[in-house]
Ligand binder design. Sequence first.
Ligand code: TYD
Length: 137
Amino acid sequence: MSMVEDCRLIELPRIARDEGNITVIEGRAHVPFDVQRVYYLYDVPGGESRGGHGHRELQQVIVSAMGSFDVTIDDGSSRRTFTLNRAFYGLYMPKLLWRELSNFSSGGVCLVLASMVYSETDYIRDYDEFLSVKKSA
Ligand code: TYD
């Protein structure tokens, strides 16, 4: 069963040049799954929060492509908050964890690499339901 300790920061490759940097993410090579979907959150008002939910099967890597925000991970018994503020770090999250994004800096961009295409049935949007799914997992 996934626990907070199973989340980890992945240092992504960085091609650094005076004229600007490139970070590249290849599925299986730099993240531990095939990337089926990429989405990004942007135009989030400064200080805003979002993303209180869990996923039954989805694995994700979350990157702050611009600015900063906090990711709080909850496994039903413990919580940990990661501050993401560099574009060359990705936070790997296995399935069945509750996550909340908060403290967005204005202009922040949250890039998410996901192991599955979008499926509403994969979401657990109620925290009590999340706890009971964790108990029976
Ligand atoms: P959601 O993941 O619930 O965002 P948050 O928890 O941060 O508010 O997504 C918000 C809405 O966008 C929801 O109605 C579903 C839709 N959506 C898609 O259609 N496809 C996607 O890949 C994602 C991530 C969201």
